[in-house]
Ligand binder design. Sequence first.
Ligand code: FAD
Length: 456
Amino acid sequence: MGSIVDELEAILPPGQLDAGEVTLRRYAVDQAPVIDFQLPLAVVFPESVADVQAVVKACAGSGVAIVPRGAGTGVSGGAHATTNCIILSLERMDRILALNPDDETATVEPGVVNAVLNEAAAEHGLMYAPDPASFRSSTVGGNVATNAGGLRCAKYGVTRDSVLALDVVLADGSLIHTGHQTFKGVAGYDLTGLFVGSEGTLGIVVGITVRLKYLPREVHTVAAFYPDFKSAAAGVLAVGRARVQPAIMELLDGGTLIQLDDLHGSDLTARGKSLLLVQTDGFGAAAEADVVRQVLRAGGATVTTEASAEAERLVELRRHSRGTEVDDEYRVGEDVAVPRSRLVDYVAALEAMAAAQRVHLKVVAHAGDGNLHPTFWIDRKGPDVEAGAMERLQVALDESISAALAMGGTITGEHGVGQYKLRWLGQEQPEPIRELQRRIKDLFDPAGILNPGKAI
Ligand SMILES: Cc1cc2nc3c(=O)[nH]c(=O)nc-3n(C[C@H](O)[C@H](O)[C@H](O)COP(=O)(O)OP(=O)(O)OC[C@H]3O[C@@H](n4cnc5c(N)ncnc54)[C@H](O)[C@@H]3O)c2cc1C
């Protein structure tokens, strides 16, 4: 019997398989830290559902693992290659199959980039609400597989709230359709909801029907600069207590403002030590923004009324606030969420951890959802590295997870468990819950070929 690469080469149309060293290396990892680097056997680029089915059937027959991949922007190692695997890239399945303005739905292939769907929807006064900061490159399929969040989630919910139906290729190569084209529908178990966020471990998503929302005609952005991070976090709660629902509520600490100024030549640090960025939208946007300004000023903020171009620029800067660096052993970032009432306590706890461990800290947060991305880091050269800082960095990271859990939070608000966060999963989920999930995985994928070693 020949190798799986030969077999796939024989069954796939020409040009859909690449086993060249450069491609293998390029597709071996996503944007997460690499724990156990593996090269895939090949990367395949199916162009139709039938191609995906053929790949899955061949791999099932040979017991070869399949790692599905969208744009590879994941930050948990969900798309990292594993031993004896092929990477199944969905990037060429990038057609918008239907856009139904009256139904307010769209059906897309998984490789459609989030921003492309949004551009198409905007022509009808609609939008696809989930907007991860990676929206210009990440795919709707990847967003579905990770149940991605984003800036607008504060008002519009996460990916799961927008997915109505899925086409999924199962581990034996068969194709199923779950869900419905309607907003409502409660027949049977919610398999659509189960696939959303399953990180490619239960099936390959090959078609997605999403609910669209109205593109707001009016948007107002309020930028509130604070003298310290804790008061800015308190501002989030104050807006909630005023019963105003912003579309976006993002929190940036001093370390993030310094980095943004360095990268983009902005003057944010001259304006404050922390920035709360609040965007209201819809017909009541101006009235809501007025209330937000009053509430935040009362909490000690210097509030600016941004002209729309400047406001857009601040939101854009926030979208780039992960910076250009990728996490590695010197820089570790997380994605915890805490109940909103604990935001201020959690921010204080993070600052205390960083000080105690003598590591640098920067934090950006989708604060409306209590979802924080703290990054701890040490200098790559110099005294830091020699003085046991690598160990202290890991201590700070572990403490940041334990503290979030102790406050009733979660180890991952939106990035998924992937490979990287598996080490903390047992702290959040007791064994009976994990065992139940293993049994679900066994039911869908008895041979364990779909993205093994990820998510659960
Ligand atoms: C700068 C930057 C900003 C980011 N901002 C956010 C943010 O605001 N919110 C957020 O939630 N995330 C964010 N992320 C993380 C990342 O963009 C999301 O997790 C995104 O959903 C991944 O999409 P992708 O197409 O790149 O998927 P990939 O990274 O390729 O894959 C992600 C996971 O989905 C699986 N998968 C991909 N496609 C399929 C499919 N069709 N069927 C089955 N499984 C599949 C993969 O196996 C993997 O487990 C950010 C990342 C970066 C680099």
